[in-house]
Write a protein that binds this ligand. Structure first.
Ligand SMILES: Nc1ncnc2c1ncn2[C@@H]1O[C@H](COP(=O)(O)OP(=O)(O)OP(=O)(O)O)[C@@H](O)[C@H]1O
Ligand code: NI
Length: 376
């Protein structure tokens, strides 16, 4: 436990909703390579309330995993978070923590589940050993007490015959059971926030559904907040309360899940939704968005999606769009729906809208996006 000084600080400035467990603001994570600086995450902001699941969706290379690693304090050289970035967890600023301080965050409040369970599990130790290790590190349990707790955790995540399987090795587990074991390890730290980076991508559809169900059950039981990363809009629809859509290092649209599916505003989101295999629409052809996600290697001076956008106009190549509120269509009055696109706000003329984006974007890196009180 490290002294927490940031709660009161956070309270004085333009204060976002109080129930936010995680508040990411203007996160910028870059990688320095010999030739260029890759702006993998380029000024994104979002929050996650207690007990809420936020989905982070976007094509490969859009910056989802780097966002997760940034929150977990796992960005190593040649990567770094730029100075204006802020990640507040439970009121405490995480950027700038020492490695030792971050270890207490990873062991306590925040845990992560990766796509490949074998990257988390060590092949030479039994599953039980590894969970007990986490229990010893984070809860000070040892001996029989730790073993019993490990068995209990394995039961919690739906592993049958847990008392026997606790002494098996990872290779004796099936893919789905391994991912359950990894989730049990994550729970060993009794986290408040679970970050899941494509936790079911490597699993077949039936097992995937079971793991998603397990996560939903655990969330209810433990009141977990979840950041759920996927490139699959179908999975998003199933598990999320809110969604943030990423493109080339930026969040281009953000809304509650029903609102996003019923009323997608950003042309990129619309494209992503059209690329879901759909039986309802009678479409058997899967549309994909032509072209590729660019690798951002300079500050954005235009819309990074413009080259692929069916609705792009001249200004899209000259003005960088900032997230602005858009009209909502679902009953949810506080839908809090934003899109970073020059087509919005839709109640303004195109010139007014473009001017607004140009002004909001004006003082680069000065933290200016904070001042309006509608920065997300
Ligand atoms: N260690 C690194 N060094 C240099 N570039 C990196 C590094 N890690 C990530 N990147 C770059 O950052 C960008 C975002 O990568 P990231 O892994 O976050 O994408 P993603 O959205 O998770 O994609 P996927 O769906 O394929 O997992 C990519 O252009 C990637 O090449
Ligand atoms: Ni990824």
């Amino acid at each position: 436990m490290v002294a927490d000084s940031s709660r009161s600080d956070a309270g004085t400035a333009a204060e976002p909703a109080d129930d936010r467990l995680l508040e990411v603001e203007n996160l910028q994570t870059v990688f320095h390579t010999e030739r260029e600086t890759i702006r993998a995450v380029d000024g994104i902001s979002f929050g996650i309330a207690e007990g809420e699941t936020l989905g982070l969706v976007g094509e490969s290379g859009s910056g989802k995993s780097v966002t997760a690693r940034s929150i977990m304090g796992l960005v190593d050289s040649p990567g770094e978070l730029l100075p204006d970035s802020s990640i507040r967890f439970d009121g405490r600023e995480l950027t700038g923590l020492s490695e030792t301080q971050y270890e207490s965050v990873r062991g306590g409040g925040v845990a992560m589940v990766f796509q490949d369970p074998l990257s988390t599990l060590n092949p030479v130790y039994t599953v039980g050993n590894q969970i007990e290790e986490a229990l010893s590190l984070h809860r000070g349990l040892s001996g029989l007490e730790a073993t019993e707790k490990a068995i209990e955790l394995l039961e919690d995540v739906g592993i049958p015959d847990a008392a026997r399987r606790v002494s098996e090795y990872p290779h004796e587990f099936s893919g789905g059971m391994r991912q359950r074991a990894v989730i049990a390890m994550a729970l060993a730290c009794d986290p408040d926030l679970l970050i899941c980076d494509e936790p079911t991508t490597a699993l077949d559809v039936t097992i995937q559904a079971q793991i998603l169900e397990l996560l939903a059950d655990l969330q209810e039981e433990h009141g977990l907040s979840i950041l759920f990363i996927t490139h699959d809009m179908g999975v998003i629809a199933e598990v999320c309360d809110r969604v943030a859509v990423m493109y080339a290092g930026e969040v281009v649209e953000q809304a509650p899940v029903v609102e996003l599916f019923e009323n997608p505003r950003h042309p990129y989101t619309r494209g992503l939704l059209r690329s879901i295999p759909s039986t309802q629409r009678g479409a058997d052809r899967l549309e994909t968005i032509e072209g590729e996600v660019p690798t951002p290697n300079a500050p954005a001076t235009d819309c990074r999606f413009a080259p692929r956008c069916p609705e792009a106009f001249d200004a899209c190549r000259e003005v960088h769009p900032e997230p602005v509120p858009v009209a909502t269509e679902t009953a949810d009055a506080d839908a809090d729906h934003t899109a970073a696109c020059l087509l919005y706000p839709e109640d303004e003329t195109r010139e007014q809208a473009v001017d607004r984006h140009a002004i909001e974007d004006a003082p680069p890196g000065a933290g200016a996006v904070d001042s309006g009180g509608e920065s997300r």
